[in-house]
Write a protein that binds this ligand. Structure first.
Ligand code: URA
Length: 480
């Protein structure tokens, strides 16, 4: 007679732990335990109602491994874990080691589960539903390969704590309401509302899709095909792939490999350069103004904590020339406008001297929050670090995508790095044109604050003249 240990679909891990402890405390051998509990080949009886005399001491490594393996869809997972526990208890070999066939198999299952959870975090796409109260509501349909909704949902609960949402899967439904996460039985695939942002995702994806750069293997390994059907942006992939070769030829024939300035929408490389994927519910702004509004509440890095406000770019929304500085200074932080302080005055003077029509310019910064260190009553400028610049590229990329300037003028090393991805020293690059990550031309020049720091008046005048020359050249290029 074997014992049956049926396990629930929800709370499976805790239920397995209790049942395994009970079985081992009664020295029930793995061969005498049927985890499905459905009464297979042999007649079964339930586990004893109380723990037996033998207490098992479980190493932490096993609990860790089991807490992952348990969510795999392999029907043997419970039995395999129990076998490992049995052997650990009896000191039979090293069942958790990769050198042991059982250990190897368990680690492989755990790895698959980890991957599945990772894919869920990357590929769940929420759609907004009508709200019932003050909290916004979202719903998503997802088809994980394993039973990963339960372990995978805590991530969403943390990230989207201030909204209600549900994720339906073929096996289980996760519901997050008023800050409480619960799991219910599988519901039929919900009829999710059409989402304006969905077609936007698709359009966006089609725009950034560059057939000449397709790396199918990389694409498939990052975004396996089985997820494509539920991702709005990938619905276009098969058609785009079909047309890819012809498009590459058309691009060559049209000379499109000489990229039209500003034509690339948000370049794939801007996205690739972003250290973390966009949160799934981040709606891609549809206009420059929407991007500005979104940037006002940006928390992509820690600079927002101390700064007064986001300093968004200013100027003409269809400027031919975009001028990018480093970050707002003290006065910019207080007024919310770029280049209004001492460095801004140097820039304004150089623009006037260069005959730049300010109505045709967009002025902005690589980083949108002021980074400083307090010194007495003063706030002293601190150069933003690489991560901060990379985080803020999201906003700079949107400004470039919506404004589509013909030319971008990068002032100083931070701006040059933000726009081109190249962090080589500035002196040798000044007055040269490089290709930006958005694929448009980028002229490099001095930062006005650097000019102000030059103590030698001769050197300072020379640098002012050079900035003026660069502005003149950039504006002429933009006009042409
Ligand atoms: N320096 C910059 O780079 N940008 C500003 O807006 C002000 C000073």
């Amino acid at each position: 007679m074997t014992y049956a240990a049926p396990l629930p679909e929800r709370g499976t891990f805790d239920a397995w732990r209790i049942a395994a402890r009970r079985a081992i405390s009664h020295a029930i051998a793995p061969a005498d335990l049927e985890w499905s509990g459905a009464g297979g080949l042999f007649a079964t009886r339930p586990l004893p109602p109380e723990d037996g005399p033998h207490q098992v001491l479980v190493p932490q490594g096993f609990v860790h491994l089991a807490s992952s393996v348990i969510w795999h869809s392999d029907p043997e997972r419970f039995a395999l874990l129990y076998q490992a526990l049995w052997r650990l208890d009896r000191h039979e070999g090293t069942p958790l080691s990769q050198a042991d066939p059982l250990g190897r198999r368990l680690h492989l299952l755990a790895k698959n589960v980890g991957r599945d959870i990772h894919k869920m975090h990357a590929f769940v796409r929420f759609r907004e539903c009508p709200a019932k109260g003050p909290r916004r509501r979202f719903a998503a349909w997802f088809e994980p390969e394993h039973n990963t909704l339960e372990p995978g949902s805590t991530f969403f609960a943390k990230r989207f704590a201030d909204m209600d949402w549900m994720i339906a899967t073929p096996r289980l439904t996760a519901q997050f309401e008023d800050g409480k996460l619960t799991f219910g039985p599988a519901a039929p695939r919900p009829d999710l509302p059409d989402d304006a942002s969905e077609s936007l995702w698709a359009t966006y994806f089609a725009n950034i899709f560059n057939p000449a750069r397709i790396k199918l293997d990389a694409m498939r390994s990052e975004m396996p095909k089985k997820y494509w059907k539920n991702l709005p942006e990938t619905r276009l992939i098969p058609d785009m792939l079909k047309d890819a070769e012809a498009r590459v030829q058309r691009m060559h024939a049209a000379g499109a490999s000489q990229v039209r300035p500003g034509s690339a929408a948000i370049s794939t490389r801007y996205r690739a350069a972003m250290p973390q994927a966009m949160p799934p519910t981040d709606t891609l702004p549809e206009t420059l103004d929407q991007a500005r509004t979104a940037a006002l509440t940006c928390r992509r890095c820690a600079l927002c904590e101390a700064a007064t406000q986001t300093v968004w770019g200013s100027g003409s929304g269809d400027a031919a020339l975009m001028i990018v500085g480093e970050q707002p200074g003290d006065q910019e932080d207080l007024t919310g406008r770029p280049f209004v302080g001492p460095a801004g005055q140097v820039l304004q003077q150089a623009m006037t001297a260069a005959g730049v029509d300010t109505g045709k310019v967009w002025l902005t910064n690589a980083v949108k929050h002021f980074k400083f260190t307090p010194r007495g009553k003063q706030r002293l400028h601190v150069t933003p670090d690489r991560t901060e610049v990379e985080q803020c590229r999201w906003w700079l990329g949107l400004e470039l995508a919506f404004i589509r300037p013909k030319v971008t003028l990068a002032l100083g090393a931070t701006a040059a790095f933000a726009v081109t991805g190249n962090d080589a020293p500035l002196a040798a690059r000044r007055a040269t044109v490089e290709q930006g990550l958005h694929e448009g031309p980028v002229l490099i020049s001095w930062h006005p604050a650097y000019i102000l720091r030059l103590s030698d008046p001769v050197a300072q005048n020379r640098a002012r003249d050079e900035l003026t020359q660069d502005l003149r050249a950039a504006f002429a290029l933009a006009q042409g």
